[in-house]
Design a protein around this ligand. Structure first.
Ligand SMILES: Nc1nc2c(ncn2[C@@H]2O[C@H](COP(=O)(O)OP(=O)(O)OP(=O)(O)O)[C@@H](O)[C@H]2O)c(=O)[nH]1
Ligand SMILES: [Mg+2]
Length: 383
């Protein structure tokens, strides 16, 4: 090799050594000159930004095995807004710790707006279960066109004047109607039979060492509750009349041995306002999807009371369960210590409280509060 050749090699050697030295000692220099960075700079906008998926297929620790050998075709369902993120995290954290870390049931989260990437990311790290995020179809959520808006506005204004909680809110009414007649028709819910409804910011106070879904499937149950109470009459002034009309039109739908006696002391003439508090529900969606409830919901919906009054999904579901299922298909889960502000059900039967290592105070359980319908339920079921 001649002298100039040797010089070229020497200069090249110095440049390469300097490059490596700088790459190791100066992070930003290393990043700027890395091959992948140069490639992405050259490809420019062809590179898709990182995305957050709508479905997370959960995975556990490689050594984890499922602690149970049988599960039901079931899911948790949570209706939430993006602003409900921290409350939703708290609820999932608690149900995971108290129950689902053993059972690994999936979650479906629904919203009438797209969940943000941040929401999806923060929720999906909480559990090894599959988590799916769904957008609610417009026609399942918003006030239908055939509702007379003048009449609806007048009624909302009157409720605001009367100080009725959520009386002026259209979105609350959308939510109640959606929970009454649509959540079980969402495409992400269609593959499941059973659901457990959870809301942001609720609490599970006890270990749940059995599978409520499997229990219900084996015992032929359709609807389970933990808290029952009186409804505000002003939110449902005409609901019971429509229920009676429907039952007269369709006596064939009314179940034998039903639980109507829990809701009326005079053979159905007057509603005593008792209902199951539907922010907690474990139930069979085949019941809601079947011809009876479909006809019932459509009948009620056609009366417009979700908007002209403020019918809640709690009385609508409860009355349906009481009328169209037999009383022994309705389950009270004493074992499930549950709190939705401001009320708590704390286990009371046998040694449920000790066995569940419950964090609630049994002395402050809502069950026998004057506003609870639990003693009525006990009396009714003992008949
Ligand atoms: N996506 C969405 N979810 C809603 C909306 N309004 C309520 N929700 C959810 O629907 C459920 C019931 O709403 P809440 O506001 O808790 O109603 P509530 O339990 O009757 O009343 P609170 O005593 O305030 O809890 C919760 O899971 C909420 O996160 C809404 O406009 N959009
Ligand atoms: Mg709530």
């Amino acid at each position: 090799m001649n002298t100039s050749g040797r010089y070229i090699l020497l200069v090249l050697g110095i440049i390469i050594s300097l490059h490596y030295l700088l790459s190791f000692t100066h992070e930003s220099y290393g990043r700027a000159t890395s091959l992948s960075n140069i490639k992405s700079t050259l490809l420019g906008s062809q590179q898709a930004p990182p995305t957050v998926a709508d479905t997370y297929y959960g995975f556990g620790h490689p050594n984890d095995t499922l602690a149970v050998d049988r599960r039901a075709n079931a899911t948790f369902v949570i209706l939430a807004r993006n602003s409900d993120l921290s409350g939703t995290i708290r609820s999932i954290r608690e149900i995971e710790d108290r129950f689902n870390r053993k059972y690994r049931y999936p979650y479906v989260l629904l919203n009438e707006e797209e969940f943000t990437d941040d929401f999806k990311k923060r929720i999906s790290v909480l559990t090894p279960s599959t988590v799916e995020f769904g957008l609610i179809p417009r026609e399942h959520w918003f006030q239908p066109d055939w509702i007379d808006e003048d009449r609806a506005t007048k009624s909302r204004n009157k409720m605001v004047a009367d100080n009725i909680i959520y009386g002026g809110s259209v979105s609350y009414r959308n939510m109640c109607r959606f929970n009454s007649g649509f959540f079980f028709r969402h495409p992400l819910m269609e593959k499941y039979r059973w659901y457990w409804r959870i809301e942001p910011d609720v609490h599970f106070h006890c270990d749940i060492d059995f599978d409520p879904f499997v229990y219900m499937e084996d015992k032929n149950k359709v609807y389970a509750f933990t808290i029952t109470m009186y409804e505000y009459e002003a939110t449902i002034p005409t609901l019971w009349g429509h229920v009676r009309d429907f039952a007269k039109l369709h006596p064939e739908y009314v179940a034998e041995n039903n639980a109507m006696g829990f809701m009326s002391e005079n053979g159905g003439e007057k509603y005593n306002l008792c209902h199951f508090w539907s922010n907690f529900e474990v139930a069979d969606m085949n019941f809601w999807r079947g011809p009876t409830y479909t006809a019932f919901f459509e009948y009620l919906d056609s009366k417009g009371g979700f908007y002209y009054e403020r019918w809640g999904d709690a009385p609508v579901h409860s009355i349906a369960a009481a009328l169209f299922a037999s009383r022994d298909q309705i389950q009270f889960f004493d074992e499930i210590g549950y709190e939705h502000n401001p009320y708590t059900h704390c286990p009371k039967l046998g040694n449920n409280w000790q066995k569940g290592r419950c964090s609630c105070d049994p002395a402050r359980s809502f069950d026998y509060d004057g506003y609870s319908c639990m003693s009525k339920w006990d009396r009714f079921m003992d008949l």
